[in-house]
Design a protein around this ligand. Sequence first.
Ligand code: ZN
Length: 184
Amino acid sequence: MSVLVTRLILAMLIFPISVGLWVAMMSAFFYSHDPTIITSTLTWFVEYTFIATYWLFLWRKTVRWTPERVKLTWLVTGASIFCGAIASAFIETARLAPPGLGTLAGGAVVPILWVFGTVLAWKETSEERLERLKTYGTDAVCCPTCGYNMTGLREARCPECGGQFTIDELLTAQHEREQELEQS
Ligand SMILES: [Zn+2]
């Protein structure tokens, strides 16, 4: 299995694993003693730390960490927490759900928004892509999947993302890159 496929499978698993972790923590608290504000806050704290660590470790090497992107990541983090707090406050005060359920729903909003926000914030912009293509030039052989410079490698397998290619696939990718650079 290539590194990229592994990453994608792990990325898809983040939500079921997180829900499982949360249910396990909540039931542990529920059976030991009544869930209090401290235990539920602790549950969310562990849950958020887990999700953030998991997601960062999964993608940090593929993200280009410019100062703007770091700032944007903090902004996404703050905005997600803010939206979650607003959602729980709204559901609780408007009594849209039984007491406590609003806090639960709002709490779940935070990681969902955060994960989607980071996907957008960490995505390579078209300017960055073009810049990357320019630095490599048209002499370089780059991985069609992740853009890693594969020049000088003895096999058509990308060490960065694990993608395997045929020689003609690499040539086609190089030709497309040439055209893209000519158009810019
Ligand atoms: Zn690659």
